[in-house]
Write a protein that binds this ligand. Structure first.
Ligand code: AMP
Length: 182
């Protein structure tokens, strides 16, 4: 299957929920995509194939949908998986990174010993919007001494600027499809 064909298929399998979680947001729901066997496989394959020979040591997934995708990507690459979680969820010693939300600040964390200096890390989540979450995840990897090979997402909302923001930080960004006008 070509990547162009798989992009068309994936878009058909993503459900859009208007006004969730609040008025004006078009929520791009990938649960319908990952429930579809061919869709899930195509999505994971699309995230994996650019990195088959990229020298990835670890895959880091962002809670919660990044766990589903990142776990599958790590398995296909034959590499380990590292969870990046909301504050207070990881049991051992952590390092944390704050990031801005529309209202206020949130924090994500990684185990302090999850990444060894020099590890080459692929960051995975389902969707990039403003890029705040992924930016914080990238900071955690870098502060751990890791090198970010790329950040990979199924969905890009380019009008919200996240993929451009990561590229400005020198991070390679892989997305499988985009919704213009979000
Ligand atoms: P951001 O930090 O603004 O790039 O937001 C990315 C995170 O929020 C990802 O973990 C997404 O799952 C979630 N998210 C943001 N906007 C949407 C949307 N319109 N539809 C689905 N998920 C979203």
């Amino acid at each position: 299957m070509t990547s162009f064909a798989s992009q068309l298929d994936l878009r058909d399998l993503i459900r859009t929920i208007p006004d969730y979680p609040k008025p004006g947001i078009l929520f791009r729901d990938i649960t319908t995509l990952i429930a579809d066997p061919a869709g899930f496989r195509a999505a994971v394959d699309g995230l994996v194939w650019p990195f088959l020979t990229a020298g990835v040591d670890l895959v880091a997934g962002i809670e919660a949908r990044g766990f589903i995708l990142g776990g599958a990507v790590a398995h296909e690459l034959g590499r380990g998986f590292v969870p990046i979680r909301k504050k207070g969820k990881l049991p051992a010693k952590t390092i944390g990174q704050d990031y801005s939300l529309e209202y206020g600040v949130d924090t994500i964390e990684i185990h302090a010993d999850a990444i060894k200096p020099g590890d080459r890390v692929l960051v995975v989540d389902d969707l990039i919007a403003t890029g705040g979450t992924a930016d914080a995840a990238i900071e955690l990897v870098r502060r751990s001494g890791g090198e970010v090979v790329a950040a990979a997402f199924i969905v890009d909302l380019p009008d919200l600027g996240g993929s451009a923001r990561l590229k400005e930080k020198g991070v390679s960004v892989r997305t499988l499809l985009a919704y213009e006008g979000h």
